[in-house]
Design a protein around this ligand. Structure first.
Ligand SMILES: O=C(O)CCC(=O)C(=O)O
Ligand SMILES: [Fe+2]
Length: 311
């Protein structure tokens, strides 16, 4: 199923359509997707875990087939206006091209189903409150595509995701970054600063310095000497179908795709714990408002996992 399968807006469907994976059979199967205690301890120490296999190569190839809709100007689906954001090149510089989109889960069945991927949502449920006895009910926040073409692909400046999300509170958010092809230092793999999820300013995230992710090293002007001393990037070097799971305050970024040989395309999923509230009367995402103080929910913010399903 692709975007021309008749479904105008996939966000109306709050369960997987079956296009990407078979339904989970029973409670035991949910258990197969769980992280180990060691993985959770790594997440708590470093602010991320790496090399988590979440998709097969075949699933990646099918998703990449839909990805072309956002890369190729000649082939636009009719429901493209459902995207929350679309930046063909967010840097504005032809020599540093970064395609960035949000909201594609509404546009094609495969991107829709990715949001509900069992190998992702069970782990998110474990990591949203990693110290607690109970797993957490998981709600979807939004999705993102980040694509860098070969040889002139641009950077994603160092940032903490929650710096961009203070319009939803409290902070109980998490990001899953899925590589749809092998990432290397040559093609601009995502990189992390271990331990940086502890870096705050009066309990708040670091300020946003650049909404277009262009100024790679800008963050260094606002770090303390101690933070700078610990600024030691670790390249994720994900394989096709692998993901990183990172804390909403983990500092990450990526250099350009200067050598290719092909594009570097990632699909990113952002979640928060059920019960997270709107912190603004302004728009939360394009066309979406929830009064300040009200719990996030409704058409655009489905519940994707409830721990009772596995009990
Ligand atoms: O694609 C990249 O290099 C950065 C993606 C990112 O910022 C994220 O996954 O949160
Ligand atoms: Fe990010």
């Amino acid at each position: 199923m692709t975007s021309d399968d008749g479904y105008k807006d996939w966000s109306l469907l709050h369960e997987p359509s079956g296009a990407l994976f078979d339904p989970v059979k029973d409670k035991r199967e949910w258990g197969e997707y769980r992280l180990t205690q060691e993985d959770i301890a790594t997440f708590q120490r470093d602010g991320f875990i790496n090399h988590v296999k979440v998709l097969s190569e075949e699933q990646c190839d099918r998703i990449l087939h839909d990805y072309r809709l956002f890369m190729d100007n000649n082939e636009r689906p009719p429901n493209m206006d459902l995207l929350y954001e679309y930046h063909k090149n967010q840097s504005g510089d032809d020599n540093n091209v970064l395609m960035h989109a949000l909201g594609h889960w509404r546009v094609t069945a495969l991107f829709h189903d990715l949001v509900f991927l069992p190998s992702v949502i069970v782990k998110v449920s474990q990591l949203l409150r990693p110290g607690s006895e109970e797993d957490t009910k998981v709600r979807f926040w939004h999705d993102q595509l980040f694509a860098k073409p070969a040889r002139h692909g641009g950077v994603v400046a160092w940032h903490q995701d929650y710096s961009y999300w203070t319009r939803t509170r409290p902070m109980q958010h998490l990001t899953v970054h899925i590589a749809l092809e092998d990432q290397t230092e040559e093609n601009g793999t995502i990189q992390y600063i271990p331990g940086s999820h502890k870096w705050t300013r009066d309990g708040q995230p670091l300020p946003v310095l650049d909404f277009n992710f262009k100024d790679m090293e800008g963050i260094k002007t606002i770090l303390t000497p101690e933070e700078l001393a610990h600024f030691k990037p670790v390249p994720a070097n994900l394989k096709k179908g692998e993901a990183t799971f990172h804390h909403a305050l983990s500092v990450h970024g990526s250099y350009g795709n200067r050598q290719g040989p092909g594009p570097r395309r990632a699909a990113v999923l952002n979640y928060f714990a059920d019960g997270t509230k709107s912190n603004t009367d302004e728009e939360l995402l394009s066309g979406s408002r929830i009064p300040k103080g009200q719990v996030m929910g409704g058409q655009l913010y489905p519940l994707v996992y409830d721990p009772v399903w596995a009990k």
